[in-house]
Design a protein around this ligand. Structure first.
Ligand SMILES: [Zn+2]
Ligand SMILES: [Zn+2]
Length: 107
């Protein structure tokens, strides 16, 4: 039986917006110690640190360099929309242009 190889290598859609999802990546140094470093989805990585706190510092520094989101595009429901405070939210931005539909109508 010939092995069936299904290679689904669909190229990622070219997105104009680079997403930043920084995480603290754990690694092991040459000496066998645990190391920590910033590893962002945009490709930014920091050098390895022996303390997680230092990597978190790099993470904060990286986020601080990101452009600020205009007030009208800030997400008001970050958990539901899966947005970070440095990411503009198209969902909330669209709602902002409308009138407030959140008013409950009690008949
Ligand atoms: Zn980034
Ligand atoms: Zn939102």
């Amino acid at each position: 039986m010939a092995p069936t190889t299904t290679t689904a290598s669909a190229p990622a859609p070219a997105s104009a917006l680079v997403r930043h999802r920084p995480v603290i990546a754990r690694g092991v140094t040459d000496l066998g110690h645990t190391s920590y470093r910033l590893d962002c989805s945009c490709g930014t990585t920091s050098k390895e640190h022996s303390a997680r706190r230092l990597a978190e510092w790099d993470l904060g520094e990286h986020v601080a360099t990101l452009p600020k989101v205009p007030a009208g595009q800030q997400c008001r429901d970050a958990k539901r929309h899966d947005r970070r405070h440095w990411e503009p939210c198209t969902l909330c931005a669209g709602q902002a242009s409308l009138f407030d539909l959140g008013a409950e109508v009690t008949a």
